[in-house]
Design a binder for this molecule. Structure first.
Ligand code: CA
Length: 235
């Protein structure tokens, strides 16, 4: 599974907001403004680069979201689709039409909500099987896919950003070792950019939250009071 997400939205501000949030959440967004550009654009993509997800606005110039959703379903049944609509009442109508969209989001939405919905839909539509060549022992419930920058917890992609992945990887490769915030910063920012220790804490917090979405009962990253953090594998 790649990280490509196609945003089809004619309101520039919304498209821009979605694009920014998707990129900072580790996705690779691409935006189109018109409904009638979509099929041609998808046809021009190499199969491995086809987006795993399309965020599709309902009201679009050229070709409306409803028609487009049906056509996408016929051509690319594995592509997840989330419809964006302007009104809550629309959702009931859309559900009745059985367009085959995987989810519906009403505007105005919070970007956080959109990302959470995307992850939920992708988990359902693209269950991940860990690659056999990751080097991790088979029994490990956490597998890091170094080339794909993905952390798989019980085979589910935790959806980490690049920074979160790097942080996890550093600790994962030295189980039980305590890392100070400064050591973690050195690994994260090879260009020695000045960031505060709070930045590390905030990335760790997000990383833990994402892992907790998959493993609400378990904890693999532990705080060591006054020192830093360590990774303890689950047994
Ligand atoms: Ca629109």
């Amino acid at each position: 599974m790649n990280d490509n997400v196609l945003i089809v939205e004619d309101e520039a501000k919304i498209a821009e907001l979605l694009r920014d949030y998707l990129s900072s959440s580790g996705f690779t967004p691409h935006c189109l403004e018109r409904g009638d550009q979509v099929i041609d654009w998808l046809d021009a993509q190499p199969p491995e680069a086809l987006p795993v997800m399309v965020l599709l606005d309902l009201m679009l110039p050229g070709l409306d979201g409803l028609t487009l959703c049906r056509r996408l379903r016929e051509r690319w049944p594995n592509m997840a689709i989330i419809m964006l609509t302007a009104r809550v009442e629309e959702v009931d109508r859309l559900l009745g039409l059985e367009l085959g969209a995987d989810d519906y989001i009403c505007k105005p939405f919070s970007p956080r909500e959109v990302i959470a919905r995307i992850r939920t839909v992708l988990r359902r539509t693209h269950p991940v099987t860990p690659a056999p060549d990751t080097g991790a022992p088979e029994s490990s419930p956490l597998v890091l896919d170094h080339d794909g920058w993905r952390a798989l917890a019980d085979s589910q992609d935790a959806g980490l950003t690049a920074v979160e992945f790097q942080l996890l990887e550093v600790m994962f490769n030295a189980p039980g070792r305590i890392f100070s915030r400064e050591q973690l910063m050195d690994h994260m920012y090879r260009d020695h950019r000045i960031v505060s220790e709070r930045t590390v804490d905030s990335h760790i917090k997000k990383l833990r939250k994402k892992l907790a979405e998959i493993w609400p009962e378990r904890e693999v990253i532990h705080s060591v009071y006054g020192v830093g953090y360590k990774y303890e594998p689950l047994i």
